[in-house]
Write a protein that binds this ligand. Structure first.
Ligand SMILES: Nc1ncnc2c1ncn2[C@@H]1O[C@H](COP(=O)(O)OP(=O)(O)OP(=O)(O)O)[C@@H](O)[C@H]1O
Length: 248
């Protein structure tokens, strides 16, 4: 069975310990989110898991057959148009050009882009269109594991919901697994089988929340009720320092 297994992972930048003794397993078909305050080491952890940083202490075992990474800011190639940007991963793995372009056009339409947009370059796209291209590019290769670094944070609520739906469809149809980081507890509750709460200085997992309700049954009421519960949790209050905030 494909899995990502993180054991006793500790990481330093210089003399500063950023992550301390992280342990978790992501299994095939699961969605796992990492939630925590800014600067807590979430991106560092995701980069280590994706092989973008070298592991120094502890281990990461990744037996997923393929993976893709969608960055928060998109990182589209400015000299390529929409379809060529989406096709990058397909061409890199050796798909025939005509097939790669066809698959890219299909997924672009599915993700709400229009034929008129296909030839546009990133500089001529709105923020929302760039995010659609970003997601389409990550999903078109049908990765068995998808890494997401706060991909929804700058999006309006309508586009967020649309992209949630596409992601969950891919999880269901292709049994894709997702590891993602977010500041947004509601997003974590809507999408995840498991939420890891990461406290800062150094980043360590203080608590894990597990959700068994099928994701297509998680309506707004479910998400609000679970968020209300979680916001009373002692570790959440402490990790996000909610008890020190006063509304003025
Ligand atoms: N390449 C680097 N060199 C030195 N320090 C780094 C490097 N990358 C990150 N850091 C530091 O590591 C700490 C954790 O950063 P990281 O980006 O992983 O946190 P984060 O939880 O993702 O934060 P945010 O939610 O604000 O994106 C921060 O103090 C950051 O300054």
């Amino acid at each position: 069975m494909e899995k990502l297994e993180v054991k006793h992972l500790t990481h330093h930048f210089g003399f500063t310990e950023i992550l301390h003794d992280i342990n978790f397993t992501l299994k095939k078909g699961e969605v796992l989110s990492i939630v925590g305050p800014s600067g807590g080491g979430k991106t560092t952890l995701l980069h280590l898991c994706a092989g973008l940083l070298d592991v120094e202490e502890g281990s990461i075992y990744n037996s997923f057959q393929s993976s893709a990474f969608a960055f928060q800011e998109g990182r589209l190639l400015p000299w390529k148009n929409v379809i060529d940007n989406i096709a990058v991963g397909l061409l890199a793995r050796g798909d025939k050009k005509s097939e790669a372009l066809q698959k890219s056009e299909e997924i672009a339409l599915k993700f709400g882009l229009e034929e008129d947009d296909f030839e546009k370059f990133p500089k001529d796209l709105s923020g929302g269109m760039k995010q659609r291209v970003n997601f389409a590019r990550a999903l078109v290769t049908k990765p068995s594991l998808l890494f997401l670094d706060e991909p929804f944070s700058a999006l309006d609520i309508g586009l967020k919901r649309e992209l949630y739906t596409h992601l969950l469809e891919s999880c269901k149809e292709d049994n894709m697994s997702i590891l993602f980081i977010t500041h947004d507890l509601m997003e974590g509750i809507r999408l995840s089988d498991e939420i890891l709460l990461l406290e800062a200085d150094p980043g360590h997992i203080v608590k894990t929340f597990t959700y068994d309700t099928p994701k297509d049954k998680r309506d707004d009421t479910f998400v609000y009720e679970e968020s209300a519960k979680i916001l009373q949790d002692k570790e959440i209050i402490q990790t996000f320092e909610l008890n020190t905030l006063e509304l003025k």
